[in-house]
Ligand binder design. Structure first.
Ligand code: FSO
Ligand code: SF4
Length: 539
């Protein structure tokens, strides 16, 4: 075994990646990510003792955690540099706040070269916690915090913060170095759900106050005849700056994967060269980046290791990194990122090859749905709409995910799908029609916008004057892939949602005992065959 990672849904044999990652992450990279997590735990321990989380530490912890999310970093040198900076920062805080006494290894270890870091890394991974239930609860907490970090980083880029989130990240990461009772560990996992709601609300505020509330939008999925840039990932600030810098250059801009919902924001509608969405979910990028012909900007996960045929056209930015792929430097405080090299390359490339034509409709985030509330409530009261089916989450390459397209097709005509995240690509191009003008697939946006779905549920609860969110005619059939989905799940549990179905497989990091707690307390279940699940969930 040269590594161990089981943080995502595609982990080998639904047990763990032990040689290389199914995602393409090499053993050394996985081990350096383990060491980075160890480093963040040590910093958190010191910071907790110091009693204060200053801006630089908060930023460091947030970005370091985001870097270890699935499909963000494949770059050992980047990870080594982040770890080295973490060790410096840890010592600075220790000295400044005079933190002494007996400290855990995570707060004292040190290494001054990549080789020494790799040697150290093999002793601090996930399996260094021997008890499988303790390991399971710790990892569930860490993955929940990784997702919180991703949302928090996005909000911070736009200048929106809630300091309580940083305090919890520190508390949670430091807690994994302590001997806690099972009840204490479960309490922290549940608190992660509460903080996840705060993080998602902060990001929602950041996005909507900066770019306006998403509106119903028809997005073109065909192409024009100009050279173009494809932008993917979730970072809206990168989106904004790229649109500004490409204006008037003769270069078009298209979204891919999770950037599709950028089209729904009023602030981006004014750009005539913002043409449409090209392709599908992240895992199809090795085919779709090829046929796109122009440069591609990856702003966040999910990056798939680029093929030699197009690697020269890929640019990463933010926390994303892959060896041999060009990086767009971070923006300095006052300035913007400089996309000029991407634009220059685009001008030398052929226009995208058409892979489909037509359009898709989205933009059903909370304010837009509230604006339609009367219509929606009337449709429920009249019986025209019987159920809402939340099918948010992630897509992935496993065959078992065909289930979600089949499930969408098999739903009765009086059911409406509420979605967010890249899971939507399994059914957003099917002709599922509408109910009295309300489309049967309501896309709220990115996985980052799952908060909208919670607000919509809470609004319906209020309108129908219900005591309990679980009395609503809503079922949850959620697809997960990476750690942000874990965060969304914990947020839903915090909001009191019960009986969530999670697929295509239950997380490998849940030990039988921990899975049992989730089943008994929250009624969480897996998925089966479409026909049986239809009876079970829809009736
Ligand atoms: Fe998908 Fe990837 Fe948005 Fe995730 S692109 S899978 S939950 O990283 O982020 O939905
Ligand atoms: Fe395996 Fe997923 Fe970890 Fe990649 S992120 S190494 S696929 S478990």
């Amino acid at each position: 075994m040269s590594m161990f990672c089981y943080q995502c849904q595609e982990t080998a044999k639904n047990g763990g990646c032990t040689v290389n990652g199914v995602c393409g992450k090499k053993g050394d990279t996985a081990n350096l990510q383990d060491l980075l997590i160890h480093t963040v735990k040590g910093i958190s321990y010191i910071v907790e003792k110091a009693g204060t989380v200053d801006g630089e530490v908060a930023d460091y912890i947030t970005r370091a955690l985001f870097t270890t999310v699935t499909n963000v970093s494949f770059d050992d040198d980047q990870l080594v540099a982040i770890i080295a900076r973490g060790l410096e920062l840890r010592e600075e805080i220790r000295r400044r706040y005079n933190v002494n006494g007996v400290l855990p290894d995570a707060a004292t270890w040190t290494a001054d070269s990549k080789e020494k870091m790799l040697l150290k890394a093999v002793s601090v991974g996930v399996l260094s916690t021997e008890n499988e239930d303790v390991r399971s609860l710790r990892e569930l907490l860490v993955y929940g915090i990784k997702g919180i970090a991703a949302y928090t980083d996005h909000a911070a880029v736009l200048g929106f913060e809630d300091k309580s989130i940083y305090r919890f990240m520190v508390e949670g990461m430091a807690s994994t170095l302590k001997k806690l009772s099972v009840d204490e560990m479960i309490a922290l996992v549940l608190k992660a759900g509460e903080v996840a709601v705060t993080a998602m609300a902060t990001l929602d505020k950041a996005n909507t106050e900066t770019y306006g509330n998403p509106e119903i939008t028809t997005v073109n999925i065909g192409v024009r005849n100009n050279p173009a840039i494809l932008i993917s990932g979730h970072d809206l600030k990168d989106m904004e700056e790229l649109l500004k810098q490409t204006e008037g250059t003769g270069v078009d801009v298209y979204t891919h994967g999770e950037m599709l919902p950028a089209h729904y924001y009023p602030a981006f509608k004014k750009y005539g060269h913002f043409v449409g969405n090209y392709g599908n979910a992240w895992w199809l990028q090795d085919r779709e980046f090829e046929t796109f012909n122009g440069p591609v900007v990856m702003t966040t996960n999910c990056l798939v290791p680029p093929k030699a045929s197009y690697i020269d056209r890929v640019f990463t930015t933010g926390n994303v990194a892959f060896p041999g792929v060009k990086t767009i430097a971070p923006r300095n405080k006052a300035g913007e990122k400089d996309f000029s090299q991407v634009i220059a390359l685009a001008k030398t490339c052929a226009a995208p090859r058409e892979i489909e034509t037509g359009s898709i409709v989205g933009g059903f985030a909370h304010e837009q749905v509230f604006a339609l509330a009367d219509k929606v409530v009337e449709a429920v009261k009249s019986g025209a709409v019987k159920k809402f089916v939340v099918m948010a989450g992630c897509d992935g390459r496993q065959k078992g995910r065909d289930y979600y397209g089949d499930f969408a097709k098999a739903l009765p005509q009086d059911n409406i799908i509420l979605t967010a995240g890249c899971a939507k690509y399994r059914y957003n191009k099917l002709d599922l029609g509408d109910i009295g003008g309300i489309p049967r697939v309501l896309d709220a946006g990115q996985c980052n916008d799952s908060f909208s779905l919670a607000l919509i549920a809470l609004k319906l609860k209020e309108v129908f004057e219900l005591e309990d969110i679980n009395e609503l005619p809503i079922v949850y059939n959620i697809a997960w892939y990476e750690q942000k989905a874990v965060t969304v799940l914990l947020a839903l549990l915090h909001l009191g949602v019960k009986n969530i179905h999670l697929g295509p497989t239950l997380p490998a990091f849940l030990s039988p005992a921990v899975a049992n707690v989730l089943v008994e307390t929250f009624g969480i279940g897996g998925i089966g065959e479409v026909e049986e699940d239809m009876k079970l969930m829809i009736g």
